[in-house]
Design a protein around this ligand. Structure first.
Ligand SMILES: NCc1[nH]cc(CCC(=O)O)c1CC(=O)O
Length: 333
């Protein structure tokens, strides 16, 4: 871009900021509820359907509650919700079999929502952490996170979700080869239309802390996720990961977390021009809400400003816990 500006006083950039009407006309990016995916936490652990302490305003929902949330989302014009299970520690094993149980809470919720709110798109998460006694996204042997064996499990998990009726599968595990494996298995199982939104550039971030509380993985996790999630010091590697996942059959890609990685969002969108999403993760939500609770930040202003940052960076959309509140402010359009 090469802006042509006559010298002052002929150029007065404040002219276009003088009134709300002029500012509207000059506005480059807009927020729409249509670009939001709402992540919700689901559980069938009795008594666990309460607010997540580190995420004020975010609750874990029972199957019934999840269906009500889907109805609310549909009414607000939110096109998709994303399901994250909080599981009973008793069902977590080292082999993670519950992850591909057709009757696990995620698959039951998918079927219940599809029966009652068919118009909403359902996204799922594919990673073993909610079902893993180790809290890791992959199988662990002798302290090593196994890649290829994990991919086999992820495929079973994804196919079970597709069978239940999921529209968008979100592999968040960061294993190598999982998109090819998943895409081939979906084709073979008659699910050629199921979409993959790959968590392509997912960083080993401190900002996932409240999420791990929400899904009950905090206590279980031994060590960190640095052998599979990205080093926050890297940017070119994100481009390689996105290129790799697209070449393997991902339909959309994600950068995660969001606000600390807007530069990555921008690079990905510029370079590939594919549907690019950011995940405004639990820690970003918690950070804003903590300041709001203290009266230090204005809730509506910073929520909308933070969401706008993703659009400006080039994202087509954002996964955000603010989706319903933002939708109420933005309207249904
Ligand atoms: N693999 C699971 C997963 N999927 C989404 C998040 C984080 C979402 C959030 O923080 O809001 C995580 C946590 C992690 O990788 O430890």
């Amino acid at each position: 871009m090469n802006p042509i500006l006559p010298p002052f006083p002929h150029t007065r950039l404040r002219r276009m900021r003088r009134t709300a009407a002029l500012r509207d006309l000059a506005q480059e990016h807009r927020l729409s509820v249509k670009d939001m995916i709402w992540p919700i936490f689901i559980t069938d652990v009795p008594g666990a359907d309460v607010e997540v302490p580190s995420m004020p305003g975010v609750v874990r929902r029972t199957l019934e509650g999840a269906v009500r949330a889907a109805e609310e989302a549909a009414k607000l014009g939110i096109p998709a919700i994303c399901l994250f299970p909080y599981t009973d520690p008793a069902v977590k094993t080292e082999a993670c079999e519950e992850a591909w149980n057709p009757e696990n809470i995620t698959n039951r919720v998918i079927r219940a929502i599809k029966a009652e709110v068919p118009e909403i798109a359902i996204m799922t998460d594919i990673a073993l952490d909610p079902y893993n006694a180790n809290g890791h996204d992959g199988l662990v042997r002798d302290g090593i996170i196994l890649n290829d064996e994990t991919v086999e499990c992820l495929v079973k998990m994804g196919i079970a979700q597709a069978e239940a009726g999921a529209d968008i599968l979100g592999p968040s595990d960061m294993m190598d080869g999982r998109i090819t494996a998943l895409r081939s298995a979906l084709e073979a199982a008659g699910h050629a239309d199921v979409t993959i939104l790959s968590y392509a550039a997912k960083y080993a971030s401190g900002f996932y802390g409240p999420f791990r509380d929400a899904v009950g993985a905090t206590g279980a996790l031994k060590g960190d996720k640095k052998t599979y999630q990205m080093n926050p010091g890297n940017s070119d590697e994100a481009i390689r990961l996105v290129a790799r996942d697209l070449s393997e059959g991902a339909d959309m890609v994600m950068v995660k977390p969001g606000m600390p990685y807007l530069d990555i969002c921008h690079r990905v969108k510029e370079q590939f021009g594919v549907p690019t999403y950011a995940y405004q993760v639990s820690g970003e939500y918690a950070m804003i809400m903590a300041a709001v609770k203290n009266g230090w930040l204005d809730h509506e202003k910073v929520m909308l400003e933070s969401l706008m940052s993703f659009r400006r960076a080039g994202c087509d959309g954002v996964l955000t816990y603010f989706a319903p509140e933002a939708a109420k402010l933005l309207g249904n359009g």
